[in-house]
Design a protein around this ligand. Sequence first.
Ligand code: SF4
Ligand code: SF4
Length: 427
Amino acid sequence: MESSVSKIREKLDKKEAVVMTAQEVSELVAKGEDISTMDVDVVTTATRAIMSGTYAILSFPVNSPAHFKRASKVLLNGIPAHVGPCPNERLGILDLIVFGTAHSTYEHNYGAGHLFRELVEGKNIEVAVETDENVSFKCDVRLEDMPYAKLYATRHTFKNYAAFVNCSSEPVDTIFHAASFDPDMKEATLSGSGEINPIQNDPNMETIGVGTRMLMNGAEGFVIGDGTRSSPGKPNLAGVADMHDMDPALMGGFKTSAGPECIASWAIAIPVTSQSILDAVMETDKDIPMVVNDIDKRTMISSSTYADAWKGTDRSVGFHPNSCINCDTCEPTRDCPMNAIYYKNDKMVLDRYLCFNCGLCSTICPGNVFTAELGKLHFEMDDKKYDIPIVLRQTDRKRSEELAVKLKKKIEDGEFKLNEMVERIYP
Ligand code: SF4
Ligand code: SF4
């Protein structure tokens, strides 16, 4: 039976609506339950992953009026910002655009993703300004000092993404691996939260459109249209949200062998207004194709499914510090993309707040200090079958699932209001 957003909103207001996470629906499907559009009104979806197409617009005072004419160059904790477009002549105010893929000029593994998270954590950020009159000065700024700080997506939350292997005979440095990608198809990495990915649950974008309210890094924001490289077959979204309301645990920087990248999270509530949406919601990881790409040539070589990534695998790593055999070089400490493994008072720590649940440490620790079942990528190519060990997930399915639960609770408590889109993205 067809429904509408307004009817579902009425049910929500009367506390009569059924809200489920996409994960809960998948669990019912796995048990063989028969679900109809009468059984569920809203499905919450989420993904936390590396999302390069991110930029921030920041505006804040750094000096008294007339102290300088215009800024010409600005670094934030060493990250180059683009000054303008508004010149703010003689106002002592900076308007800046900071690309999520920008890297610090003095710290190799520090990028704009780290900067955005530190801003949201309320930390002091060093601002180094050069003016067009060749005067330089520095000051500190915090998010609370910024009247305007918004994060924009140029390309976020693809319907799902892909897995990667390296078919060449040489290691490849890439944004799709935290270390050099081993050659000869020895290992695989992947992105995409599968059955709980937002657009995967509304693939025809019947309810997700321009103006749809969503959560970006935990803050309420809006879809503003399609993102770059989006197409009806492989859609993604552009959006915006206020950094003042964001949750630092849902964002951050991620070290790769091609430099630091930016993490972002999205949560979208899908009103179940049609059978076609329900059909998509009921697809589980085993039904969802995961394209397999060669990282060297960036070409598709085969296809697997998201069951390889997320069915029967561990969402997070186990930590057994007493098993440590004190190797000469501790690769997990060196290669952890979040710097979440370190020593404190001579004791090894796994910082769960920083950890992205990528799993890499479990594949490079000979002492089994870090343990996780990450699964294997199964596919066929040229009539040959491959089972390639997955060594890194660039989607944090654990926090994605938690985020979908959080959005469900917000909807049930009336804190997050479903809205109608203003315009369809793909009519
Ligand atoms: S790699 Fe594992 S076993 Fe070796 S020092 Fe590091 S934590 Fe210990
Ligand atoms: S799973 Fe291991 S390597 Fe990955 S972020 Fe967490 S601690 Fe670091």
